[in-house]
Write a protein that binds this ligand. Sequence first.
Ligand SMILES: NC(=O)c1ccc[n+]([C@@H]2O[C@H](COP(=O)([O-])OP(=O)(O)OC[C@H]3O[C@@H](n4cnc5c(N)ncnc54)[C@H](OP(=O)(O)O)[C@@H]3O)[C@@H](O)[C@H]2O)c1
Length: 243
Amino acid sequence: MAIYLITGASSGIGREMSRLAVERGHTVYGLARRKDILDEMASELGERFLPFACDVSDKAAVHEVCENLPDLPQIAIMSAGLGAFGAKSEFDMESFERLFSVNFFGALHVIDALYKPFKKRGSGTFVGISSLSAYRALPGWPSYCASKAALTAALEGLAVSLPKENLRYVTVHPSFIATPMTAGQKGMFLVWEADRAAAHILDGIEAGKIDIVFPAVTRFLMWILRLAPSWLHRASINLFFKA
Ligand SMILES: NC(=O)c1ccc[n+]([C@@H]2O[C@H](COP(=O)([O-])OP(=O)(O)OC[C@H]3O[C@@H](n4cnc5c(N)ncnc54)[C@H](OP(=O)(O)O)[C@@H]3O)[C@@H](O)[C@H]2O)c1
């Protein structure tokens, strides 16, 4: 049985992955800011779920938590994230700063804290919950798409740049999942429930996949959009989203 560290464990996909990993017999170190919710989960899930209050945008706080874990995890899943949906009519620098501090730097803080211990042990898996919106920017979410594209590129870049030390870098690119982040969001299609997404992600990690992309239809559509030249991407956005 493995030890998972999961950020964003208090809600949505992170919460369902935590629950499922415990059900499968693993131990989970769950990180999030809302300690009261993590504590409730601990009473529900039992002693194999250990809660840690932590703001992942705070590098020192992430290091402190990781240095004081009971054991070194085998798998670190960076699921903590913020959304920013809905078109703004003005450039919004604050939104870029806020989303990058959690979606991008929050994930890198975990890698920074665990990379050397993983390397010393000679094994470890980092899993970044990115998004299919990393493939190509969609209208209304510039800061979100940018933060996820950066996360995907960082994990891929580490995988192809660092020496092979038995460390694994996994990207996850989901489409729309029903969670508090997307509650009330209009225009979503082929929406998966969070427990289904969590099972798909854990199955993929356990099967040794390096990129977990779902659902298949949205994956195909975004793959086409990713291959399209920029003029076609912008023309199709104007046609389908702004008509
Ligand atoms: N839902 C979707 O359609 C979808 C699609 C593609 C990708 N994703 C990605 O999947 C991941 C999970 O999203 P979700 O839909 O499950 O969202 P969610 O239900 O809103 O959960 C977000 C989680 O992130 C945690 N979090 C936010 N800021 C944090 C911070 N500064 N420090 C520590 N934890 C923080 C929250 O916990 P606290 O508030 O307790 O800190 C919460 O547990 C995100 O990275 C998201 O971008 C979601």
